[in-house]
Design a protein around this ligand. Sequence first.
Ligand code: HEC
Length: 157
Amino acid sequence: MHTRCKAIKPIFRQLKEVAGRSMPLLMVLLVVLLLSWNRGVQQEPWLAPAEADSLRNPQGCEKGDMAAGRKIFEKICWTCHGFDGSGNGPAALNMKQKPANLAHEKTQNQSDGALYWKISNGRGEMAPFKQTLSVRQRWQLVCYLRELATVKDESKR
Ligand code: HEC
């Protein structure tokens, strides 16, 4: 028993040395891995499934719907997306994946159905709202999102 211990000790010391020397390298590798994983997973463009394009707003967008959508937006969504939809809400400060600028054409070029689908299903830090908001409320938000684009254009003039 005693002699076996003696034989193992130097091996153990050597192992510790090797581990100690490569530890910084391992840490660097880990950080690089984590960073690239983040990039790969989070920054892929968010696409709604093609069938979302055929979803239709059953009520259409009446004036009252924009106002209702705005109310919901200024209660829930502004914390991340900002009041103007530009993505500069207070909760966005320490988020890895920045909230989309909803007034931008990248968002505005998507179909109503796609936006409705995204609000319903969420992704990452954006929660899915299909349990907390009714169908009607989610369409009202889509109506209001279209107004955000107009607001942006007017401020450019
Ligand atoms: C906790 C923060 C947060 C809240 C609250 C939030 N969002 Fe988002 N939203 C995000 C983030 C982050 C993204 C980008 C997600 C991604 O690309 O993975 C996003 C993306 C979106 C998109 C997709 C834009 C595009 O161009 O693809 C829409 C539409 C949207 N949000 C609408 C809303 C609406 C409407 C509400 C309120 C009901 C809301 N969001 C509440 C964080 C939030």
